[in-house]
Design a protein around this ligand. Structure first.
Ligand SMILES: Cc1ncc(COP(=O)(O)O)c(C=O)c1O
Length: 359
């Protein structure tokens, strides 16, 4: 890193000190060098930034993001938190854990589906974190259910803080957390100029923050977001809105940005059959990384994103002489809620040898 980049990081960190923040995450997270995987794929050098290890109730990218999001909630006098998502939501689990730690009642509106019964994975953990759980039907709108709950809480004199889908300021604060994460990553690297690309599972915020961080440091690194859901899904954030959240995050940071639609590489080619449905290449990617590096991925977000990275390396789309970083955003409890499709695929493809029937 050069002096100008160091000065930029110091200046942005200084400005960030004025942002309300609560401490939740175990930082910095490790940066793993995947030498066996790199050798198997014939280059480039592959590093994994382990944001699955942010601590707090199985960790993940939201723990880092909630430091700023809930910092704002506390500063605004919130006395409870509201979030609605799939029953196996990682966001909900990490919010409930943060709410427990901060003493804020957390209302979760999980959408019931094939992975909410029997109770397993993230949904099981939610129940252990003291969250108030109000399930909604598969056909109901999460945004509408959240709005109705918020109205009721306000009528009762409560001060709810709403996160996730539709909560634009919280999404921008989540992006801010990933500008800082990009700085953390760059400081861990011996030669950030060799960083050809960063791949991550993305719904917008994390990728927005990484893009701003690269722009601030003058890095030409590609930031590739692999979406876990198609553009027709209720939780999809259209590109113009991602651009808007980039600009709002930059404003919070007190910096300018030139990032526009064309700079946001958000891919939908690894969604498979849809959100929450494991894909064959995602399950292959999980088995590959587990077998070669002893590192786990989840079937809904990171497995699919990693499949995108592996496919691009195999197709020669990443400079083999350079370095690529996979940002591991967590989500591992979902592995247990999807045990059947995961083990079925592993057995079918003989990716591991199962020597008995008792696993
Ligand atoms: C494991 C995992 N990865 C990635 C994401 C997407 O994060 P973002 O909304 O910041 O793009 C999520 C969102 O819930 C997630 O649970």
């Amino acid at each position: 890193m050069n002096e100008e980049q160091r000065a930029t990081i110091a200046a942005v960190r200084e400005r960030l000190r004025s942002q309300p923040r609560v401490r939740l995450a175990a930082l910095p997270t490790p940066l793993d060098d995947c030498t066996r995987l790199t050798a198997e794929l014939g280059g480039p050098r592959i590093l994994i930034k382990r944001d699955d290890l942010t601590g707090l109730a199985f960790g993940g990218n939201k723990v880092r993001q909630h430091e700023y999001v809930l910092g704002r909630a506390v500063a605004e006098g919130a006395d409870c938190l509201v979030q609605g998502s799939a029953a196996q939501s990682n966001h909900s689990r990490q919010l409930a854990a943060a709410g427990a730690k901060l003493g804020l009642e957390t209302f979760l509106l999980p959408k019931l589906d094939a992975h909410s019964d029997p109770v397993q994975g993230n949904y099981l953990v939610d129940h252990l974190l003291g969250a108030t759980i109000i399930p909604i039907g598969a056909g109901e709108s999460t945004i509408a259910a959240k709005a109705a709950l918020v109205d009721r809480l306000r009528a009762e004199g409560r001060h709810p803080y709403v996160t996730g889908m539709g909560a634009d300021e919280a999404l921008a604060l989540a992006a801010v957390a990933y500008v800082e994460a990009l700085f953390e990553l760059v400081e861990q690297m011996t030669d950030p100029l060799q960083l050809d690309a960063i791949y991550t599972a993305s719904q917008g915020s994390t990728q927005a923050g990484l893009l701003i961080g690269c722009e601030l440091l003058g890095l030409s690194t590609r930031v590739v977001g692999v979406s876990p859901l198609g553009p027709d899904h209720e939780a999809h954030i259209p590109l113009d809105e991602v651009v808007a959240l980039v600009h709002r995050a930059a404003e919070i940071l007190g910096v300018t940005t030139q990032i526009g639609r064309d700079d946001i590489e958000l891919r939908f080619d690894f969604v498979g059959d849809g959100y929450g449905i494991p894909s064959n290449d995602g399950l292959d990617a999980i088995a590959l990384l587990g077998r070669l590096e002893g590192t786990l991925l989840d079937p809904i977000y990171t497995g699919k994103a990693f499949a995108g990275l592996v496919a691009d390396i195999r197709a020669g789309r990443i400079d083999h002489g350079k370095t690529v970083v996979f940002l591991h955003t967590g989500g591992l409890p979902a592995l247990f809620a999807y045990a059947q499709p995961v083990i079925g695929h592993v057995r079918d493809t003989r990716a591991v040898s199962c020597t008995n029937d008792h696993d």
